[in-house]
Design a protein. Structure first.
Length: 134
């Protein structure tokens, strides 16, 4: 009887510890906030797509200057994958601005693309893997 009560008490203690530790290990799905220490971020460094599909890359930039910055992000990729970013973004002084980049994968896509997102002298690399199997 004492062993059973001891086991129940231990189980209850482990359950409480589990509940306390869960918030420490939650997965962040929106963790790409740019900061002064990390002024250009993207939502992931690797994306998987199918030929003929499109998806969105979420990005964020931080303006460290004391004036509003008006920039047009640029994305360059290997093997002539063209990503058009027409709209400039305005980033207020000492603040973050989030934006999205739409990527269209051609039907005759290569297996993988290496890309670089650039704003002024800041750059972040990411890759796009294309699932060619049907």
């Amino acid at each position: 009887m004492k062993k059973k009560a001891f086991c129940l008490a231990c189980g209850y203690i482990f359950y409480l510890l589990f509940l306390l530790l869960i918030p420490m290990f939650t997965i962040c799905t929106d963790c790409y906030e740019a900061t002064e220490e990390n002024p250009l971020t993207i939502s992931s460094t690797e994306f998987i797509a199918k030929p003929g599909s499109s998806f969105t890359v979420k990005a964020s930039a931080y303006n460290q200057l004391n004036k509003t910055l008006k920039v047009t992000p640029e994305v360059t990729c290997t093997d002539s994958l063209f990503i058009n970013l027409k709209n400039p973004i305005e980033i207020e002084p000492q603040s973050e601005k989030r934006f999205q980049i739409k990527v269209n994968i051609p039907k005759n896509a290569m297996a993988q693309y290496s890309c670089t997102l650039s704003i002024n002298d800041l750059a972040k690399e990411f890759s796009i893997k294309v699932n060619l199997l049907k």
